[in-house]
Design a protein around this ligand. Structure first.
Ligand SMILES: *Cc1c(COP(=O)(O)O)cnc(C)c1O
Length: 383
């Protein structure tokens, strides 16, 4: 099976600086919350939350990572050559439309797959029958997420069938928490209780040959009882709490800083309007700087007239509508603004006016979306 790549453009002027020390430090700090034997699954779906999947995998070779979790088989193919030491867990469930070649590719490469239905298992069994290939399967048990898991009443039959089939191995049992990032953890504890009851009823707890897992970043940080044999961390590795915490138990340092240069400067008189729709009118003589980045690069249009950017140590307002690949900032009070000077668009400081928390609150979204939207053609520069 092949993954077809289109010619891939990288824009050298749009720069996402990736701080490898911060990434490795975050993983270290997260692991310090776990028992030494707890495995660490680094979640690198969505282009490693916008940080660049191959760059991130390469940096994490220096960390003690056991698994890389990706969304689809295509990402597994994409990073296969970079991950000799670690296993890959594909989060999308195998299903009857997966294709025989995909099932055998996963088995051949030792990629762990998620399964959540009896029908899918029958398909896997048929796909691999007659071969000596064995597919490692993790059963996704529904405990209250209300998404892809199999109901506990059917999960025991699925587990039985996996263990009976010569071409499949029960490698893991897991669940996913819906509210671990919220302040009120009562539903998350309820989910954990349901999951524990399932494990106990099926004699799965304490089995050496399977990996039991449940914790995402928030649960890794706030619910040690959810760690089991492995934690699955995404957002926290990249330096963010799923939701900003008042007194976090560990330090997380933002990994990415996004910058682009000023490409044009011009002055407009008071009363002149700026950009599409005339949503901003200058109240004074105003010096504008054009930054060659817009919503097509992942900078939300909803940030128009709201967000700030940093030019040197000065803060400048985004004024007028954010365009497809351009936006304007007000540099009237930035004495030394110059063409070619780099503007900080997403800062790597939690308290910055253009930090990810500030931007996600202005755009009424979560930090995940701000990060994952940074376009693949932005040049990731690893430091
Ligand atoms: C994306 C994902 C995670 C990571 O969640 P974070 O909140 O980013 O840590 C963990 N588990 C599953 C199943 C996921 O899909």
């Amino acid at each position: 099976m092949r993954v077809y790549r289109s010619r891939h453009l990288i824009r050298p002027d749009l720069q996402a600086h990736i701080n490898s020390g911060a990434l490795l430090g975050n993983v270290r700090n997260l692991k310090s919350l776990c028992k030494p034997a707890t495995k660490f699954c680094a979640v690198i779906k969505a282009n490693a939350y916008g940080h660049g999947i191959s760059e991130t995998v390469n940096i994490l070779q220096k960390a003690d990572v056991d698994f890389f979790a990706v969304a689809s088989i295509y990402e597994a193919i994409d990073i296969a050559e970079l991950t000799a030491e670690q296993s890959i867990l594909i989060l999308e469930s195998v299903n009857v439309a997966s294709g025989v070649d995909q099932i055998s590719l996963c088995a051949k490469n030792g990629w762990h797959c998620v399964i959540a239905s009896i029908g899918a298992l029958e398909f896997v069994a048929t796909s691999l029958s007659g071969s000596d290939m064995v597919l490692d399967l993790h059963v996704n048990v529904e405990s209250g997420m209300g998404r892809c898991g199999i109901d506990p009443e059917q999960a025991n039959l699925l587990i039985e069938k996996i263990q009976k089939c010569d071409n499949t191995r029960l490698a893991g049992i897991y669940t996913h928490l819906a509210t671990a990032d919220e302040e009120d953890l009562s539903y998350a504890w309820q989910q954990l209780e349901a999951f524990n009851a399932f494990l106990a009823a099926n004699d799965l707890a304490g089995r050496e040959d399977i990996i039991i897992h449940a914790a995402n970043s928030a649960a890794t940080i706030k619910m040690p009882e959810s760690h089991f044999d492995m934690v699955r961390c995404g957002i926290s590795m990249y330096g963010y709490y799923s939701r900003r915490m008042k007194s976090p138990p560990i330090e997380l340092v933002p990994v990415m800083k996004l910058q682009a240069p000023i490409v044009q400067l011009k002055t407009i008189g008071a009363g002149h309007s700026v950009s599409y729709g005339r949503s901003f009118t200058a109240g004074r003589e105003t010096r504008l700087a054009v930054v060659p980045l817009g919503y097509a690069d992942g900078y939300f249009r909803s940030l128009s007239n709201k967000a700030k950017m940093k030019v040197g140590s000065c803060v400048a307002n985004v004024i007028g509508r954010v365009c497809m690949d351009q936006l304007l900032i007000d540099v009237t009070d930035v004495a030394d603004a110059a063409i070619g000077q780099m503007v900080t668009i997403i800062d790597d400081d939690h308290d910055s006016p253009c930090g990810v928390y500030a931007l996600s609150s202005l755009a009424e979204t979560i930090c995940y979306e701000i990060l994952t939207c940074v376009h693949a053609h932005v040049n990731r520069i690893v430091h």
